[in-house]
Each structure stands twice: as structure tokens, then as C-alpha cells.
Design a protein around this ligand. Structure first.
Ligand code: MN3
Length: 252
């Protein structure tokens, strides 16, 4: 094998392994792994691309408006993708021993520059955020996740209250999450475009089940500074079916 072939082989093998393990922990049942990570090799062979939205920009109206969705997806998410590709160009992933994939980068966040952390996070977070919403949501959790939420929080209303509070009080830009960690559901938040999969200083928070973008760009056009209105509206479009799939996969 020539050096460049062996390098390519390493990148492909590690990329497939990394994507494979993420697929088995979070996407096995939902079947959206290829949508989200099919183009995630990034360095060398393929660049990251903006995944198509699986519903129209106006599909979440009246809860989330079409213009916000269009700008958020086609401008903001696209910028994370472009900047991620740009940030990866200057790095030798082979030399670093890091797979140039989202899971590969998340597992080595402390060794990579902030440009990767911000943009790989931005790309991943938005990719799952779009999927975790749908035009006619279930309005409440279903299946085993519904049972787990009731058991742990007493009721869905109590969970909703706590998740809403965490989202509302997050200072500045960031994300609210429901994650699975050490056999428990946990409500948590991250700043900027960080996410619970990122290993920072040796610590990974857990596996995402639910994600809410509370950056102002997610709601300012419609709700101006009223983040609470946006959070209340968002509960109507949560894709609880996918959240259940994530929960089932994460619990294995
Ligand atoms: Mn956003």
C-alpha cells in the first residue's frame, strides 16, 4: 500500500468505525444515520454538506415561522458546514490519529481548535434539531421514554416544567438537552455550539435524546426577545417518535 493509499484506508476505516458506533448508539432504529452522517468523512475524500430539511420551511407554522426556518437552515447551518470544512483543511487528522468524522472529533475535542469545536458542534446540533421536530408532533412522549419520564420526573408536566426552566434561564447562546447518562435521564444545557457528546477535559456528558436551540437566531424574527414564547411553541412540534428511538438506542 502506498503512503497515500494507506492514509486513505486509515481515514476510511476509522471513519466507518466511528460512524458505525454512533449509529448503533443513537440511530439504529430511526434509520436517519445515513442522512446525518453519510457524508461525514470530511477530510480528503468528501466534504461535509448541508443536509436537506425533511419538511418544508413553512411546515412548522404557526409554531415556528417559515422565514426563521429558512434563514436558520440555509444560512446559519450552512455557515457551520462551510466553516467546518474550512477549519478541517488545515489539520492533518492522520497525524493526529483522529478520525475526521463528527464522532471522531467530538471524542477528541480538547486536542482540536475552537474553530472545529464551534462548527462541528453547530453542524451536528442543527442536524439532529431539524429531525427532532416535525409538523404534527405527538404533543407528549410515547413508548418507553414516556414511562421513563413519568417514573423519573413524576409526570410529563413536571419534566416539561424543568426542561422549560433550563432552556429559559440558559444565559446567552446555547442548547438545552435531555440526555441519557449512566442509566438516568438528565436535563442539561451547553454553551455556544457545544453538545453532550463532546469530550472536553476527559468528560463526556451523555447521549442526546432531545435538543433545543435557544440561540436568538432560532426565534428573534418571530418572537423578538421573548424566548419563552418560542419554547412554548416548540413543545408543539417535538418529534417524540424520534426521541423514543434515540432513548431506546441509548439505553442499550
Ligand atoms: Mn441555531
Amino acid at each position: 500500500m502506498t503512503q497515500s493509499n494507506s492514509r486513505r484506508h486509515f481515514i476510511k476505516t476509522t471513519a466507518v468505525l466511528a460512524v458505525g458506533s454512533l449509529a448503533s448508539t443513537a440511530f439504529s432504529k430511526s434509520g436517519i444515520a445515513s442522512t446525518l452522517f453519510g457524508n461525514s468523512f470530511g477530510s480528503g475524500d468528501t466534504k461535509f454538506t448541508l443536509p436537506a430539511l425533511h419538511y418544508r420551511y413553512n411546515a412548522l407554522e404557526p409554531h415556528i415561522d417559515a422565514l426563521t426556518m429558512e434563514i436558520h437552515h440555509s444560512k446559519h447551518h450552512q455557515a457551520y458546514v462551510n466553516n467546518l470544512n474550512k477549519a478541517m483543511e488545515g489539520l492533518d487528522f492522520f497525524k493526529l490519529g483522529i478520525a475526521p468524522t463528527l464522532p471522531g472529533m467530538f471524542a477528541n475535542m480538547s486536542k482540536l481548535p475552537d474553530s472545529i469545536r464551534n462548527n462541528a458542534g453547530g453542524h451536528y446540533n442543527h442536524s439532529i434539531f431539524w429531525h427532532l421536530m416535525k409538523p404534527i408532533g405527538e404533543k407528549a412522549p410515547i413508548g418507553t421514554l414516556a414511562d421513563a419520564i413519568s417514573k423519573q420526573y413524576g409526570s410529563f408536566d413536571e419534566f416539561k416544567k424543568q426542561f422549560t426552566e433550563a432552556s429559559k434561564t440558559l444565559f446567552g447562546s446555547g442548547w438545552a438537552w435531555l440526555i441519557w447518562k449512566n442509566g438516568k435521564l438528565v436535563i442539561t444545557t451547553t454553551a455556544n455550539q457545544d453538545n453532550p457528546l463532546m469530550q472536553v477535559d476527559g468528560i463526556t456528558q451523555g447521549t442526546p435524546i432531545l435538543a433545543l436551540d435557544v440561540w436568538e437566531h432560532a426565534y428573534y424574527l418571530k418572537n423578538e426577545n421573548r424566548r419563552m414564547d418560542y419554547i412554548s411553541a416548540w413543545w408543539n412540534v417535538v418529534n417524540w417518535e424520534l426521541a423514543e428511538d434515540f432513548y431506546v438506542a441509548a439505553g442499550k
